[in-house]
Design a protein around this ligand. Structure first.
Ligand code: NPG
Length: 384
């Protein structure tokens, strides 16, 4: 069934996090992102572009995504008919980079097509599980005692896999203390590219702590040094920021730069490329898990659908809705089951309903194009 894209709306949203989230690249107190709405044939498709307010994790920001979407991507899309997502991927292929912006738009088209076909996203992607194993990612805490207490709090809530953020000077002692307090807990660490090969002793010191994996220790553009580091360690390295496509994943595995892959659909330009990456890892029997970027309920629904594919063998960074924001913009809220899993949405498309009041209350600026509301593009006046 073909759907004609008649209108596109962008919402620049800011949601207050329940607690600040500190990583090696900085502290987040609010989460900003773009929420996209596609209109066609009387249906609406929602997507989330996870570019943040500032270029910490990625060079993309809400500002760059706004620019490429309004100036280039949306004008190509309007008035076109789609019966699959492949056509959108092909339409955007000539534009270099900007995977987060492309992925947000693609998510909205998956949702729209799913609604048009009456099929849940998980089924469209080839998902098999009804619930997926999840863990929680814990930011850098003010001191070791509060770190151990924070881990304890999440363990009491039922999370059975913990990821700790680390940075130079806040690593070995912290991880050792948590390991001591939770000897059997599946535990992993994430450095977000904060180290160099000269820091190898730091990772050697963690090598006997029974970690599930060490995520992205070195620079994102450096597969070679990752392979040198992996040779020195028993613990599996996992790459996140370094893997921008299925091709990168193949090269990283071939080079021995990592043994485990983290998939974030946004980082690789959308769910279609994420599925190719999944297929590659499955073929290679490389352990795989779904990362998270502090998504709203919209992006979380998409991650849950993806993680229902059979190649995801490790728990994802997909926590319950109440771990992130006081107020979310999508319903229903996701809750943690007793076995540290979250149910995969079963409704058509993403399977969530956007709370328009909450969306409006958290929107800083909007832009509409096509549809009944305007012709050309129109942005909220007065936004700074
Ligand atoms: O539960 O969504 C979550 C957070 C998981 O730690 C997490 N994400 O580096 O992987 C990361 C980190 C992140 C957060 C990256 C925000 C980008 C933005």
């Amino acid at each position: 069934m073909r759907v004609r894209i008649e209108g596109v709306e962008l919402h620049h949203v800011r949601l207050r996090l329940k607690e600040p989230f500190e990583t090696s690249f900085g502290v987040e107190r609010d989460r900003e992102c773009l929420i996209l709405r596609l209109e066609g044939d009387g249906l609406q498709g929602w997507g989330e572009c996870v570019a943040d307010a500032w270029p910490g994790y990625s060079y993309e920001t809400v500002g760059t995504a706004w620019h490429v979407l309004t100036e280039f991507f949306v004008p190509r899309l309007l008035g076109q008919r789609f019966d699959d997502v492949e056509a959108l991927e092909a339409l955007l292929a000539p534009y270099k980079g900007h995977p987060l912006a492309k992925a947000g738009l693609q998510m909205a088209l998956w949702d729209l097509l799913g609604k048009a076909q009456g099929r849940p996203l998980a089924e469209m992607l080839g998902g098999e599980r009804r619930r997926v194993a999840v863990g929680v990612s814990i930011g850098i805490q003010p001191d070791i005692m509060s770190l151990v207490e924070t881990v304890e709090r999440y363990v009491e809530l039922g999370y059975r896999r913990i990821k700790l953020k680390i940075k130079p000077g806040r690593d070995v002692e912290e991880v050792r203390a948590v390991r001591h307090a939770f000897p059997d807990m599946p535990l992993q660490v994430d450095a977000n590219s904060a180290y160099g090969l000269e820091d190898t002793p730091v990772f050697e010191a963690m090598d006997d702590l029974g970690l599930l994996l060490i995520e992205q220790p070195l620079a994102e553009d450096d597969l070679v040094d990752h392979s040198l580091l992996q040779q020195r360690l028993q613990t599996d390295l996992c790459l996140d920021e370094s893997i921008l496509s299925a091709r990168h994943a193949r090269q990283a595995l071939d080079l021995g730069a990592c043994r485990v892959i983290n998939i974030k659909p946004a980082r690789v330009g959308g769910l279609r490329e994420a599925r190719r990456l999944h297929d590659l890892c499955r073929e290679r029997r490389a352990p795989l898990w779904c990362g998270g970027m502090l998504e709203t309920g919209i992006g979380r629904a998409s991650n849950l659908a993806l993680a229902s594919l059979p190649g995801f063998t490790l728990p994802g960074d997909i926590s319950a809705s109440d771990r992130y924001f006081e107020v979310d913009i999508a319903e229903p809220r996701f809750t943690l089951n007793d076995d540290s899993t979250i149910d995969v949405p079963q409704g058509a498309g993403l399977g969530v309903r956007v709370d328009l009041e909450a969306l409006k209350a958290h929107t800083l600026r909007t832009w509409t194009s096509g549809g009944a509301s305007s012709r050309g593009g129109r942005a909220t006046p007065g936004w700074r």
